[in-house]
Design a protein around this ligand. Structure first.
Ligand code: ATP
Ligand code: MG
Ligand code: MG
Length: 622
């Protein structure tokens, strides 16, 4: 299937039935001074909602510690305590017991509006600034289904190989909590919009070794529902509530109980996140809180495969892949010890905190009866036409599995690198990679597809993945921890044009790797002076082109470097293993003696090797 760019995918509209505004949320962009050709301006979605704006008071906002930092801090704490977690590889199975896991994933849809009000979805704005009357269950307000929200929901369901239901309905699920002003959540229970999907997990997705060649996980159903308000705990028994999130459209993806190993549970959630990002159904992942997983865990003795599944417990709101794996292991072990000591597993909802080793009871599990499900009388059934489904199916583009295969075949990347490229930055890094590849191909000209250019493309993969990764791991530059990838494959800190220029010159050996890396840092740190419009200009003005030594100059240098090093040179006579270390020592001497900026270490190594073999060693032998 031809690749369709994310930018092109935003044209989801069908015969004008959907408004462009209510559909996909555009990403805010900040333009760096270095970008000569500014990116297209952000499209803003104006809400028609009668939004209630609450003036923010002057109280300080609670300090938000990003999840990534929480995880790192916890790992550090554990390390300091000498409690380095044992490797999970051997913690996948407990002899005599079979584990069963079913997962519910709640994912925020990539929409401009809420599910039943035209208030805009917002994630970083002031608390309680995007709230319509209906979101607060103000008497007299009514839900108005925002049909554009169906588009990302349907794309998610198609990516998960589900059957789309022509008719689906909304139900009320009752429970009382401050985060749900109406006292019920509108969800789909009796008739969800998608059923009977499946995802194939392969070994490269990180499933447990026990799953062998992979495993097929069935998706029971996907339903649309409302998110709840966000609670911000304060010191004392005080809770602040941000209603911006209330009513934001979610999909709940419910699997069959098809998973039997902790690592496979984590691999499943990771794969769903990658898929949802790839089809633009969701734009943020677990770390940003856009995706949350509940895992249902049960165990039964493995000696009787015909026995019914054990009693499940549910661990709610897991917010990292590691938490999924760790919580499943902890809950499996807890249930086994309860059963082994003659007790019974209770149906309950449990919690998990980062860094813990045990799940904890939150409450007894609500059953269907507690929820008093009933069809929502204010909402008509949702009728989805086959024309819409077919239209969206045609626009799906290449899914991540196919993209990973393509990266492996076309550029000979390792599966690990290919997967990382596709998974990083919610799918934005791979868009950037393709942009860099396109720019490079343009510079290579009409024969850009010929195998001679493969090393150039491989260089691009390596740099987009590893060299760019190194930029943000530099702790000294606090302000620059984010590369700023955008949806349409641009990078605010390292524009694709600049990177492709650097890579082209490096591939052509017109600059050294050292200069290339220095240039990358300069671009990233915005240290390229404004008067240099292109990388070429920097190289010209700063005299950084690689003016390589001639063949004769290399040979001369090799002799000079070996002079007085007879002991070292002797090592090349009758060796058991080729003395590579000694060779590199001599190359080091060449670089020290010669003009470093004119030497390519690889070329120096080849010349030194040849000079040793053909001239110096025979001389010593004599
Ligand atoms: N015995 C079992 N062991 C492990 N998982 C199970 C078992 N039985 C059911 N499951 C899984 O539990 C999950 C049930 O999710 P579902 O949304 O249908 O119900 P729920 O958890 O009661 O609802 P909610 O949490 O949304 O209120 C499914 O993923 C299913 O595969
Ligand atoms: Mg559920
Ligand atoms: Mg559940």
């Amino acid at each position: 299937m031809p690749r369709i760019r994310a930018a092109a995918l935003s044209r989801y509209l069908l015969h004008g039935q959907f408004s462009a505004r209510g559909c996909l949320r555009a990403q805010p962009r900040i333009l760096p001074p270095i970008l000569r050709n500014p990116l297209p301006a952000t499209t803003t979605c104006f809400s028609q909602a009668r939004a209630i704006h609450v003036e923010s008071n002057n109280a300080p906002l609670p300090v938000h510690v990003p999840l990534r930092k929480q995880l790192k801090d916890e790992a550090k704490k554990q390390k300091a305590l000498g409690k380095k977690k044992k490797k999970n590889a051997n913690n996948q199975v407990v002899d005599g017991w079979e584990l069963t896991v079913g997962i519910e994933i709640h994912a925020q849809l990539n929409t401009a509006k809420k599910l039943f009000s035209a208030a805009t979805t917002s994630f970083n704005d002031d608390p309680n600034s995007h709230v319509a009357y209906f979101d607060l269950a103000t008497p007299g307000s009514q839900p108005i289904f925002q049909k554009e929200t169906l588009i990302p929901a349907l794309r998610a369901a198609l990516a998960l190989n589900c059957d789309i239901q022509n008719t689906s309905r909304f139900d009320r699920k009752h429970y009382f909590h401050w985060d749900q002003p109406s006292g019920y959540q509108i969800t789909q229970y009796y008739e969800p919009f998608a059923r009977d999907g499946r995802i194939a997990l392969k070994p490269r997705d990180g499933v447990a070794a026990e799953d062998g060649d992979g495993v097929l996980v069935g998706i029971k159903q996907i339903q649309m529902e409302q998110d709840t308000a966000k609670t911000l705990a304060q010191p004392g028994d005080v809770h602040w509530i941000d209603f911006n999130r209330v009513g934001v459209p979610l999909i709940e993806i419910i699997t069959l109980p098809d998973i039997h190993y902790p690592a496979t549970a984590a691999a499943f959630v990771r794969k769903v996140q990658i898929l949802l990002n790839a089809v633009d159904a969701c734009v943020s992942g677990m770390e940003a809180g856009g995706l949350r997983a509940d895992v249902n865990v049960s165990v039964r003795r493995s000696d009787d495969p015909s026995a019914p599944l054990g009693q499940r417990t549910e661990i709610k709101n897991l917010s990292s892949f590691k938490a999924v794996e760790d919580a499943v292991i902890a809950e499996r072990d807890r249930q086994i010890s309860v059963l082994e000591s003659g007790g019974a597993v209770e149906s309950e909802t449990r919690g998990w905190s980062i860094g813990s080793t045990e799940t904890r009871r939150l409450r007894g599990k609500e059953g269907e009866v507690d929820y008093r499900y009933m069809p929502d009388p204010d909402l008509a059934p949702v009728i989805i036409g086959d024309d819409l489904v077919n239209h969206l199916r045609q626009g799906m583009g290449e899914l991540p599995d196919a993209e990973v295969d393509e990266l492996i075949q076309r550029f000979e990347l390792t599966p690990k690198d290919a997967l990382s490229l596709v998974a990083l930055d919610e799918g934005k890094r791979i868009e950037y990679f393709w942009n860099v590849i396109d720019l490079l191909a343009k510079r290579f000209g009409p024969s850009a597809k010929s195998p001679e250019y493969l090393p150039g493309y491989q260089l691009a993969a390596n740099w987009v993945l590893h060299e760019l990764g190194r930029l943000t791991s530099d702790r000294t530059e606090d302000a620059a921890q984010d590369l700023g990838f955008t949806e349409d494959g641009e990078c605010l800190r390292v524009p694709a044009q600049h990177l492709s220029d650097i890579l082209l010159y490096l591939y052509q050996r017109r600059i050294t790797a050292k200069v290339a890396k220095e240039l990358l840092w300069a671009v990233f740190r915005r240290r390229i002076p404004d008067e240099y419009p292109t990388i070429e200009a920097v190289l010209d003005e700063e005299n950084l082109w690689f003016n390589e030594l001639s063949e004769d100059e290399y040979v001369e240098l090799a002799y000079a470097a070996a002079e007085g090093q007879d002991e070292v040179v002797k090592q090349f006579v009758d060796y058991k293993h080729y003395p590579q270390g000694k060779l590199m020592f001599l190359v080091g001497q060449m670089i020290r003696l010669g003009a470093e900026e004119r030497i390519d270490p690889k070329a120096a190594e080849m010349v030194m090797k040849r000079v040793l073999k053909e001239n110096l060693v025979p001389a010593i032998k004599d």
